[in-house]
Design a binder for this molecule. Structure first.
Ligand SMILES: *Cc1c(COP(=O)(O)O)cnc(C)c1O
Length: 473
C-alpha cells in the first residue's frame, strides 16, 4: 500500500467509522445470533491474492458490525462504560501510523516525554496529591489496564516488604495482601501471578450499607497476621467499586497502612475520572497516604481502550523492583540517568505511543469539556434513580455517588432475573447485574456521550413494561 493508496483507503475507513457512529441509535445494542455465527460465515483459509479495502469494508458491515455488543450505543448501560471519541480515535490513528515502539526514551524521545507531561496534566486535572507529579520523586505512566496497574503495584509492594530484596529472592508464603470483599477480581489475579496464591489475599469485610471497607476489620486482620509471623505487604483500596461504586475510606485506611508500613494502592478504575469535577473529588480524600493510584481514562473519560493512568509516589522503588538491563538495550541516554525508560514501569518491554490519544482528547475537549461529559452522566443517573425511588415496586440497593444506579424489584431474585432478560431482549438497551449482599441486583451505568434524557427515560419505560409482566399483580 503506497502512501497515496493509504490516503484513499483511509478516507473510506474514516467514512465507515463516522457512518457507524451516526447509525448506532438504530442498531440493536447487542447481537442475538448464536455462538459460531461469525466464524461460520468467514472463509476457512486466508485469501491467496490480495483484495481491495472496499471488499473488506463490505464484510465489516455485513459480518462483523451486526455481531457486536455496541459499547458506544446510547442505550448501552452495562458494566462500566468504555467510551471512545473522535479525538481519541484520531490520536490512536496517528500512533498506529507512526508505529513507534517506546520501550526506552532513546527509542522515541517524544513518545516518553509526551507521556510524562500527559500524566502530569491528568494529575493536575484531577487535583491529585503533589507526590504523584514528575517534578518530585513521583510520576505517572500509561498501563494497558487497571489490572496491570494493580499487578505492578503488587510487585513494588512485595519488593518493599522484602526489604528491597524481592527482585533477587522473590516471595515466600508469608506475604499478605488486603482488600475488601467488594474489590475487583484483578487484586486476586495479581496476587496469583505474583506467586502469593489466592490464599495470600485477605478479604476484609465491608459496611453493610455503604459497601466500603471496614478500617477496624482491616487493622484487626493486619495485627492478627503480624502476630502470627506473617508479613502484611499491600492494601488495595477501591474508590468506586465495580459492583456498586462504593468508596473505601482512605482517611482511615491511609494512617493504618502508614502505621504498619504497608504499601497502599488505590484502585479508582472507573470513578477516578469524576475527579475532573471539583464537586466530585470526595473519593480522593486521604489519597495523600497512597503509594500508588490508578484510574482508567478508557472507561469514563472519552479515551479509547487501552489507557490506564497509573502513578507512584516513589519512582525509584518502582524502577528498582522491575528493571533489567540486557546488553542489547544499553544506551548513553539510559546510562546518563537523565531520562525515563518506561519499560521499567510495566510488565512488558514494548509499548505503543498511547499518550497521543490523551493529548488529542485533552486538547480537543479541554478540562471543561470533560467536566461537562462527567456531569451529564451523573445527572442522567440521578434522573433515573429518581424514577426508581418514586416507584414502590422498586428499591435502590446502594448509594449512587457517580453515574451507576443499582436497583431491583422488591422481593425475590427470580422476577429480577426475568426483568433483566426481557429488557435486554428488546435490543433497545443493555443493562447488566451484580449481587449485593447476596441479592440479585440490576445495574444501570450511564457513560456514552450519545446518551440523553430520552434514552434514560426509554430505559425506565422498558423496565416498567417488563416489570408489569414479570410480577403478576
Ligand atoms: C473495571 C475495573 C477494573 C479492571 O479494569 P481493566 O482496566 O479492564 O483492567 C479494576 N478495578 C475496578 C474497581 C474496576 O471497576
Amino acid at each position: 500500500m503506497t502512501p497515496e493508496e493509504f490516503r484513499q483507503a483511509g478516507y473510506a475507513v474514516v467514512d465507515w467509522i463516522a457512518d457507524y457512529w451516526a447509525t448506532l441509535p438504530q442498531r440493536p445494542v447487542t447481537s442475538q445470533d448464536p455462538p459460531g455465527t461469525v466464524a461460520a460465515e468467514l472463509p476457512p483459509r486466508p485469501p491467496t491474492q490480495g483484495e481491495p479495502v472496499e471488499a473488506i469494508l463490505t464484510d465489516l458491515g455485513k459480518l462483523v458490525a451486526p455481531r457486536l455488543t455496541h459499547w458506544q450505543h446510547p442505550g448501552f448501560f452495562g458494566y462500566f462504560p468504555a467510551n471512545t471519541s473522535g479525538p481519541s480515535v484520531l490520536g490512536d490513528l496517528v500512533s498506529a501510523g507512526l508505529g513507534v515502539q517506546g520501550m526506552l526514551w532513546a527509542t522515541g524521545p517524544a513518545c516518553t516525554e509526551l507521556e510524562t507531561v500527559m500524566l502530569d496534566w491528568l494529575a493536575e486535572a484531577l487535583d491529585l496529591p503533589a507526590r504523584f507529579r514528575s517534578t518530585g520523586r513521583g510520576g505517572g505512566v500509561i498501563q494497558d489496564s487497571a489490572s496491570s496497574a494493580t499487578l505492578v503495584a503488587t510487585l513494588v509492594a512485595l519488593h518493599r516488604a522484602a526489604g528491597g530484596r524481592w527482585r533477587e529472592v522473590g516471595v515466600d508464603r508469608r506475604y499478605r495482601v488486603y482488600t475488601s470483599t467488594e474489590a475487583h477480581s484483578s487484586v486476586e489475579k495479581a496476587a496469583r501471578i505474583a506467586g502469593l496464591g489466592s490464599d495470600g489475599v485477605r478479604l476484609i469485610e465491608v459496611d453493610p450499607t455503604t459497601r466500603a471497607m471496614s478500617p477496624t476489620a482491616l487493622r484487626a486482620a493486619i495485627e492478627a497476621d503480624q502476630a502470627a509471623g506473617l508479613v502484611p505487604a499491600l492494601v488495595v483500596a477501591t474508590v468506586g467499586t465495580t459492583s456498586t461504586t462504593a468508596v473505601d475510606p482512605l482517611p482511615q485506611i491511609g494512617p493504618i497502612c502508614a502505621g504498619y508500613g504497608v504499601f497502599l494502592h488505590v484502585d479508582a478504575a472507573y470513578a477516578g475520572a469524576a475527579a475532573v469535577c471539583p464537586e466530585l473529588r470526595f473519593g480522593h480524600a486521604g489519597l495523600e497516604y497512597a503509594d500508588s493510584y490508578c484510574f482508567d481514562p478508557h472507561k469514563w473519560l472519552l479515551t479509547g481502550f487501552d489507557c490506564d493512568a497509573f502513578w507512584v509516589a516513589d519512582t525509584g522503588e518502582l524502577v528498582e523492583a522491575l528493571t533489567v538491563l540486557p546488553e542489547y538495550l544499553r544506551n548513553a541516554a539510559t546510562e546518563s540517568g537523565a531520562v525515563i525508560d518506561y519499560r521499567d514501569w510495566q510488565v512488558p518491554l514494548g509499548r505503543r505511543f498511547r499518550a497521543l490519544k490523551l493529548w488529542f482528547v485533552l486538547r480537543w475537549y479541554g478540562v471543561e469539556g470533560l467536566r461537562e461529559h462527567i456531569r451529564r452522566g451523573v445527572a442522567l443517573a440521578a434522573r433515573f434513580a429518581d424514577r426508581v425511588r418514586a416507584d414502590d415496586r422498586f428499591e435502590l440497593v446502594a448509594p449512587h455517588p457517580y453515574a451507576l444506579v443499582c436497583f431491583r424489584l422488591r422481593g425475590p431474585d427470580g422476577p429480577n432475573e426475568e426483568l433483566l432478560a426481557r429488557v435486554n431482549a428488546t435490543g433497545r438497551v443493555f443493562l447488566t447485574h451484580t449481587r449485593v449482599a447476596g441479592r440479585y441486583t440490576l445495574r444501570l451505568a450511564v457513560g456514552s456521550p450519545q446518551t440523553t434524557e430520552t434514552h434514560v427515560d426509554e430505559a425506565w419505560a422498558l423496565i416498567c413494561e417488563a416489570a408489569a409482566s414479570a410480577t403478576p399483580a
